[in-house]
Unconditional design. Structure first.
Length: 470
C-alpha cells in the first residue's frame, strides 16, 4: 500500500471507530453467533494474490463484526471491564505507527524512560508506598507468574534458576483467588499440590488466622513456605483480603507477599478507597490492570516490586548480541519479566493520565462506585432478591432467592441470566458464592450512565417476574 492510500484508509477507519463508539448501543452486547458460524463464512485458504483493502474491510464489517462481543457497550456488566478511551486509542495508533520494540533502553530510549516515569506517576496516583518500582507487563497473569518465580528464587537463594528445585516450596492463596495463581504455581515449578488454599470469612476475604495456621503446619512438617498471594477485589465477589495482618504474618515467616489487585487496584486513585492498601508497606510485589478499569485499552498491566534486584537477578540474561554500551547506566526492561520483546505500552497510559488528570481519574471511578451502590440499594430493597456480598467496588453480586429450595432458585437465576444476555441490552455473568448460583453485575464501562443502570435494573426485575410467573 502506498502512503497516499494508507492516509485515505486510516482516515476512513478512524471515522468508522468514532461512529462505532458513538452508536455502540445499537449492537447487541453479547454476540449472537453459533460456534463455528464465523469460520464457516470465511475462505479456508489464504488468497494467492493480494486483495484490495475495500474487500477486506467489507468482510470485517459484514462477517466479523456480528461475531464480536461489545465490551465498550454501556450495558457491558460481565466479568470485569476492559474499558478503553479515545485518548488511549490515539496512543495505541501512534505506537503501531512507530512499530518500535523496547526490549532495552537503546532500542528506543523514550520507551524505557517514559515507562519509568509513568509507573512512578501511577505509584503516586494509587498511593502505593514510596520505593516501589514499576514495570508494565502484558497481563496480570504474567505479572503474577513473574512474582511467583522471583519468590521461588529468593526462597532458594537464587539456586533454583541454576539447578532446579531440590525440595518443594509452598504457596498460599485464598479459596476465592483468581485462577492465574494456580496456573502460575503450576508453571513456576511449585506444583499444584503445594498450593495451600486458605479459607475465607463470611465476606469472602482470606482468614489471616488460617494462613498463620497453614504456614506453621508446613514448617513443622519440614516444608518451606515461600509466597502468599493476597487479593484486593476477588473475581467472584470483589472481596478484599486484609493486607496488614497477612503482611505481618508473611514478614514474620519470611514469606514473599504478592498482591493481586488486577481489577480493583484502580479504586485506590480515590483516597477514600485506600483502606484496601492498609498494610502495603509489607508487600513485595503488586499488580493491577490499567487495561481493566483505567481507560487504557488492553493490554497494559502495572507491576510494582519492592526489590527490583530480586526480579532482575531472576530474569536477566546477557547474550553477547544484546549487550550495549549504555547497560551500566540504564534500565533494560527485558530483564524485568518474561518476554524479550516489549510494546511501547507506556505511551497510551501517558495519553490517558495526561488527558484525564488525576482529578479526572478520580471522578471517573467515583461515578462508577456511586452507580454500583445505587444498584445495590435497589436490589437489596426488592423482595425476593438479595445481595450476598459487600459491595466495595463496581461489582454487585445478587440473586433471586424466592425458590422453594436452592436448586429451584439456581435454575431461575440461570434462566434470568440467559434471557438478559439474549436481550442484547445488557451482558452479565455468574459465579458461585457459598455454594449458591449468583449473578454478577459490574459497572465499569466508560459509556455507562445512570440511565443505563436504571434500565438494567428494570430489565432484571421484569424478566425475573416473567420467568417466575411462567
Ligand atoms: C482479571 C484478573 C486477573 C487476570 O488478569 P489478566 O490481565 O487477564 O491476566 C487476575 N486476578 C484478578 C483478581 C483479576 O480480576
Amino acid at each position: 500500500m502506498d502512503h497516499e492510500s494508507f492516509r485515505r484508509y486510516a482516515h476512513e477507519f478512524v471515522d468508522w471507530i468514532a461512529d462505532y463508539l458513538e452508536n455502540i448501543e445499537r449492537f447487541p452486547v453479547m454476540s449472537r453467533v453459533k460456534p463455528g458460524e464465523i469460520r464457516s463464512k470465511l475462505p479456508a485458504s489464504p488468497p494467492e494474490e493480494g486483495e484490495p483493502m475495500e474487500r477486506i474491510f467489507a468482510d470485517f464489517k459484514e462477517i466479523l463484526l456480528p461475531g464480536m462481543t461489545h465490551w465498550q457497550h454501556p450495558g457491558w456488566h460481565a466479568y470485569f471491564p476492559a474499558n478503553n478511551s479515545p485518548e488511549s486509542i490515539l496512543g495505541e495508533m501512534l505506537m503501531a505507527g512507530l512499530g518500535a520494540q523496547g526490549m532495552s533502553w537503546l532500542t528506543s530510549p523514550a520507551a524505557t524512560e517514559l515507562e519509568d516515569l509513568v509507573m512512578e506517576w501511577l505509584r503516586g496516583i494509587l498511593g502505593l508506598p514510596a520505593g516501589l518500582q514499576g514495570v508494565i507487563q502484558d497481563t496480570a497473569s504474567t505479572a503474577t507468574l513473574a512474582a511467583l518465580i522471583s519468590a521461588r528464587e529468593r526462597a532458594t537463594d537464587f539456586e533454583s534458576n541454576e539447578s532446579g528445585l531440590r525440595r518443594p516450596l509452598i504457596a498460599y492463596a485464598s479459596t476465592e483467588t483468581h485462577s492465574s495463581i494456580e496456573k502460575g504455581v503450576k508453571i513456576a515449578g511449585y506444583g499444584r499440590q503445594n498450593l495451600r488454599v486458605i479459607p475465607t470469612d463470611a465476606a469472602f476475604a482470606m482468614r489471616p488466622d488460617k494462613l498463620e495456621e497453614a504456614i506453621r503446619a508446613d514448617k513443622a512438617a519440614g516444608f518451606q513456605p515461600a509466597v502468599a498471594v493476597a487479593t484486593l477485589g476477588t473475581t467472584s465477589s470483589g472481596a478484599v483480603d486484609p493486607l496488614r495482618p497477612i503482611g505481618e504474618i508473611c514478614a514474620r515467616h519470611g514469606v514473599w507477599l504478592h498482591v493481586d489487585a488486577a481489577y480493583a487496584g484502580t479504586a485506590a486513585v480515590c483516597p477514600e478507597n485506600r483502606w484496601i492498601l492498609d498494610g502495603a508497606e509489607y508487600l513485595d510485589s503488586f499488580v493491577f490492570n490499567p487495561h481493566k478499569w483505567m481507560l487504557t485499552n488492553f493490554d497494559c498491566s502495572a507491576y510494582f516490586i519492592r526489590d527490583p534486584g530480586a526480579l532482575i537477578r531472576t530474569f536477566e540474561i546477557h547474550p553477547e548480541y544484546l549487550k550495549t554500551g549504555a547497560d551500566p547506566y540504564v534500565k533494560n526492561y527485558r530483564d524485568w519479566g518474561i518476554p524479550l520483546g516489549r510494546r511501547f505500552r507506556a505511551l497510551k497510559l501517558w495519553f490517558v493520565i495526561r488527558s484525564y488528570g488525576t482529578a479526572g481519574l478520580r471522578a471517573f471511578v467515583r461515578e462508577h462506585l456511586r452507580l454500583a451502590r445505587l444498584f445495590r440499594d435497589w436490589v437489596a430493597a426488592e423482595p425476593g432478591f438479595e445481595v450476598p456480598a459487600p459491595v466495595h467496588f463496581g461489582l454487585v453480586c445478587f440473586r433471586w432467592n424466592g425458590g422453594r429450595n436452592e436448586e429451584e432458585s439456581a435454575r431461575i437465576n440461570k434462566a434470568l441470566m440467559d434471557r438478559l444476555n439474549a436481550s442484547g441490552e445488557i451482558g452479565l455473568t455468574h459465579t458461585v458464592l457459598g455454594g449458591k448460583f449468583t449473578l454478577r453485575l459490574v459497572i465499569g464501562s466508560r459509556l455507562t450512565e445512570e440511565r443505563h443502570v436504571r434500565r438494567a435494573w428494570e430489565l432484571i426485575r421484569t424478566t425475573a417476574a416473567g420467568i417466575i410467573s411462567a
